[in-house]
Write a protein that binds this ligand. Structure first.
Ligand code: DNO
Length: 361
């Protein structure tokens, strides 16, 4: 595995590359051109500047999270081919810059959803949490406003204000897009872009839906093992792969995370590893990465990744807000750095206990 941290870019992230460089074992960052909108063609100069800045800090760009997908592609509207062409141009430019991993999602309207971005925990930290009973009766616009209000004035990934001011129209455009249609649109998109991915060696890694059930009756197509395998089979190409996000798939306690990792062997191109505490039906809070702080067996997850030969980028995911840090909800430095060290420790133990053939351990 290749240890990374997510970094949102200068001007967007409270954490600096210099700080990330000092976290033990970090080799690269996962970043994006945060100022771009879904559908934009990324400028070569902007890609080059992003790369130069990261490399000057002694790190690499291990992948992009995300190159977001325009709603016309998800909905299957007539302009989708134009936006797919834009996506292909962006992919080619990223490929020319040596970038080989793209994380994206195919969620309708909203990216990840939470009811509270700063819920106090008994350990004195605050954390992001979700309660379906709070979300479901809300008006989608109210949810958007509540996420904005709690964002500490940061731009939250996937909650671009530019797009979401048109939330009513967006919902109307998704009328009639059921799960089958959304899935077919995803397959159409992947088939169109994969020749470019093959040309540059770019691995596409779909991020699962977060949470793993429908919100506001919008269709959800990437929530469990069956759906992931269906996608892997429908576009059976090694460049069509998965971001294995424990925090998203793990929202549903019925998902056997190590089992899904085993089933996806060879198709997991990127891993987000973090823990959650289930607090009720469709209710959870984010906790420390340590297994005993939440509901997941993080050792078993890391072991499944190790045993299936995972060798892609991995990153700690959302952290609690601790030690008085002020930062983007879920993306402060301190708790993610603690999580990262724990993941490194588990991996070192796995390597030393069961060396892989050819491994240095
Ligand atoms: C939230 C993230 C998501 C994720 C996208 C991937 O913290 O997990 O915003 O990056 O869904 O496209």
């Amino acid at each position: 595995m290749y240890m990374t941290m997510r970094w949102f870019g200068t001007g967007y992230d409270a954490v600096t590359l210099a700080q990330i460089r000092q976290v033990p074992g970090v080799k690269g960052v996962i970043t994006t051109l945060y100022g771009t909108q879904p559908g934009d063609v990324w400028e070569r100069e902007a890609i080059a500047a992003m790369k130069a800045e990261v490399e000057a800090s002694g790190l690499t760009i291990a992948g992009i999270e995300s190159v977001n997908i325009h709603d016309a592609i998800k909905i299957g509207e007539s302009e989708r081919d134009t936006y797919i062409d834009h996506y292909i141009t962006t992919l080619s430019r990223l490929g020319e810059a040596g970038i080989r991993l793209i994380c994206y999602n195919f969620m309708a309207v909203f990216d990840w959803t939470r009811s509270d971005l700063a819920k106090p925990r008994s350990d004195g930290s605050t954390t992001m949490s979700y309660d379906h009973q709070v979300i479901e009766p809300m008006d989608p616009e109210a949810l958007f406003k509540s996420m904005q209000a709690q964002s500490q004035a940061y731009n939250l990934a996937g909650w671009e204000p530019e797009r979401l001011v048109h939330i009513k129209q967006l919902f109307a455009r998704y009328q009639g897009v059921d799960e089958e249609k959304l899935f077919a649109n995803l397959v159409y998109f992947l088939k169109a872009i994969l020749p470019t991915c093959e040309k540059y060696g770019i691995k596409m890694a779909i991020h699962p839906d977060d949470p793993a059930w429908p919100v506001f009756d919008l269709p959800r197509i990437i929530t469990n093992k069956e759906q992931l395998l269906r996608l892997m089979t429908a576009v059976d190409n090694p460049y069509n792969g998965v971001t294995f996000c424990t925090g998203s798939l793990g929202t549903n306690p019925a998902n056997d995370l190590p089992g899904i990792i085993t089933a996806l062997k060879g198709r997991i191109h990127f891993a987000h590893v973090r823990n959650l505490l289930h607090t009720g039906h469709r209710q959870f809070e984010e906790c420390a990465h340590l297994s005993s702080d939440g509901s997941m067996d993080i050792f078993a997850i890391m072991k499944a990744l190790y045993d299936t030969g995972f060798d892609g980028p991995i990153r700690p995911d959302h952290g609690r807000t601790i030690w008085g840090e002020r930062g983007m909800p879920g993306y402060g430095l301190y708790d993610r750095a603690l999580g990262l060290c724990y993941l490194n420790g588990l991996w070192e133990a796995l390597e030393k206990l069961t060396p892989r053939r050819g491994s240095k351990a």
